[in-house]
Design a protein around this ligand. Sequence first.
Ligand SMILES: *Cc1c(COP(=O)(O)O)cnc(C)c1O
Length: 377
Amino acid sequence: MEWRVPLSDIDLGEEEIQAVTGVLKSKWLTMGEVTQRFEQAFAKYLGVRHAFAVSNATVALHLANAVLGIGPGDEVIVPSLTFVATANAVKYTGAKPVFADISSDFDLDISPEAIAAAITPATKAITVMHYGGYPCDMAAINDIARQHGLVVIEDAAHAPGTELDGKKAGTFGDIGCFSFFSNKNLATGEGGMIVTDRDDLAEKIRLMRSHGMTTLTWDRYKGHAYSYDVVTLGYNYRIDEMRAALGLVQLSKLERNNARRAEITGRYWEAFAPTSLTLPFHHSRGVSAFHIFPIILPQGVNRIAFIGNLRAKGVQTSIHYPPVHQFSYYREQYPGIKLPITEDVAGREVTLPLYPTMSDEQVDVVIASVLSALDEK
Ligand SMILES: *Cc1c(COP(=O)(O)O)cnc(C)c1O
């Protein structure tokens, strides 16, 4: 079906085509000089000491848990209102994700109070996720972590460019993880970045990203090394030069594109403020990356009918998220678990189209369609 307004779209043009073509012509396709430039540019943009480009954010999250020494017998507190990878990354290490509720139907980020209540002697880490690019309450969360000797991982997949108190998301905790999947604010198809200010963790990430090997093919090609040792169990979580080239161009557009996302979000907020909708994060803390635009339907409105109504008008929507603890795989492992606010919000949330190349006319179509769908409820 041809959507009049799709849920998302990428700002991709001649510059990206040139950048990728340049890599192909160079015939050096695996991690090398372009990846190094992408990592340096990303680290500089965030104001962080170390950034490592990886295959995707899921492996970034796995590496984060792994290099922090999380394993069997440990617990990691995570939100359930997130993409499943946030919790899966904990499971990969043999540790147990412990789900904590969100704050409210206005603040969809993990609740500091719920985190504090979920801490046990087995707790090792807290993973937060900046929902929609709206920063979590990092001062409160870092305080709790400090009091209990826990480490903090940020799933910043929604949040490249998000800022709070003059600091970028991904740099508040011990490790930050970013996704460059094609529907994210900075898109390379598949791809991700793992960032940290801690030199000890950086060294472990460098090794574990590439088989625990002490040198890269690139180093050997450049004549910096002729052999290697394997000093730990590692993985192949590398990115490639085509994606790094795409990422460099996309990074240069990020601020402009996030600003356009902010503008569209402002128009939505203005149009929907007088309605019965709850508008999460409306004028809340920090500067968002405005990754998605969530609305919460009033109690009693039939969400399937509402979505069908928008669909009939050519407007694509989505749901962020079916809660992780309610998926079959997880439900069986957590009998009797209740996260009342997450469950309530997940039953009433609808995500509206939001992307930088969206025209003002398309924004008008979405607004008119939502207002009329609310009337017809
Ligand atoms: C997209 C996303 C991920 C996973 O990213 P990939 O790069 O596709 O592995 C993880 N967490 C959240 C919150 C996401 O939105």
